[in-house]
Design a protein around this ligand. Structure first.
Ligand SMILES: C[C@](O)(C(=O)O)[C@H](CC(=O)O)C(=O)O
Ligand SMILES: [Mg+2]
Length: 303
């Protein structure tokens, strides 16, 4: 069981766990945590890791996902989420927050923040959601510079640097595969294959690239929603559900607010709510009480 106050597993050990998961041949499932509390729930339900989404981080601040957030904001929220769980957390670093030297600094900041890895994408700035039209990619050699800078700044060799290619929707699948190969040669540990259409495209990617691959099962986008079994059978190594928990929560919040506005009470909503006792269980309320009473007893002994 994890420690109180913060994670009981060191950043180094989480990174080793992430690497081991990627090498295990088992599909690593990383739902997005929109808060530290959600990260605790993800661990409790039994997933292998936690994802910290840029789209969610922006939306949570009331902003669209168009590259407005700063490294400081992303690293700070990432740190809160990463330290709330014993699971490794992979964070969305967008385009690296600037030119290659800034991408390098991003890696240092995210390592310091306790993340187990991050992804950098080959979009131009300002970036867009990978499932929307109107995005664009930088030339391959520009992305390679971004990646090389990132890799050279890494101090913990186990920190996972994932390269995301957005090229499928712009240049087609063959170009996306060529880019993935080039990014792996530049030192990427994992390739995020953004906005592939269907199972056949995931299969093509898997057959063409021999580094670990990550699938993005985001809703209302360009990709079919494939099951974990389908992705496992194709040989993908990791899957993220980046915005899913936020969409579930916001759907419920909106329905609830409308009911309170119309019915004048929330009493019809109680069955759908997380109970106070379940919240306290997740937060380990009783363990904090024990900790506190131990302290109290200790003081009693001293006086
Ligand atoms: C994975 C992603 O980069 C994110 O920020 O979570 C988004 C998800 C989304 O907007 O649905 C993306 O795919 O660009
Ligand atoms: Mg993103």
């Amino acid at each position: 069981m994890s420690a109180l106050f913060s994670s009981g597993v060191s950043d180094t050990d989480k990174r080793k766990a992430l690497r081991a998961g990627l090498a295990s041949g088992e599909l690593q499932r990383w739902p997005g945590a929109f808060s530290p509390l959600v990260a605790k729930l993800i661990a409790d339900v039994g997933f292998e890791g936690v994802y910290v989404s840029g789209a969610v981080l922006s939306a949570d601040l009331g902003l669209p996902d168009i590259g407005l957030t700063t490294l400081t904001e992303v690293a700070a929220r990432g740190s809160q989420i990463a330290h709330a769980t014993d699971l490794p957390a992979l964070i969305d670093a967008d385009t690296g927050f600037g030119e290659p030297m800034s991408a390098a600094r991003t890696i240092a900041a995210l390592e310091d923040a306790g993340l187990a890895g991050c992804h950098l994408e080959d979009q131009v700035n300002p970036k867009r959601c990978g499932h929307l039209d109107g995005k664009d990619v930088v030339p391959t050699d520009t992305m390679i510079k971004r990646l090389r800078a990132a890799v050279s700044a890494r101090r913990d060799e186990n920190f996972v640097i994932c390269a995301r290619t957005d090229a499928r929707a712009i240049e087609g699948i063959d170009a996306a595969i060529d880019r993935a190969r080039a990014y792996a040669d530049a030192g990427a540990d994992l390739i995020f294959t953004e906005a592939l259409r269907d199972l056949g495209e995931f299969e093509r990617f898997r057959a063409a690239v021999d580094v670990p691959l990550l699938a993005n099962m985001t809703e209302f986008g360009k990709s079919d929603l494939l099951t974990a079994d389908q992705l496992r059978d194709v040989g993908y190594n990791a899957v993220i559900y980046p915005v899913t928990t936020l969409r579930i929560a916001m759907g419920a919040v909106e329905r609830g607010l409308r009911e309170i506005a119309s019915a004048g009470t929330q009493s019809g909503l109680l069955d759908g709510m997380q109970h106070r006792s379940r919240l306290y269980e997740l937060l380990r309320y009783a363990d904090y009480n024990d900790f506190d009473s131990d302290l109290f007893t200790l003081e009693g002994v001293r006086s």
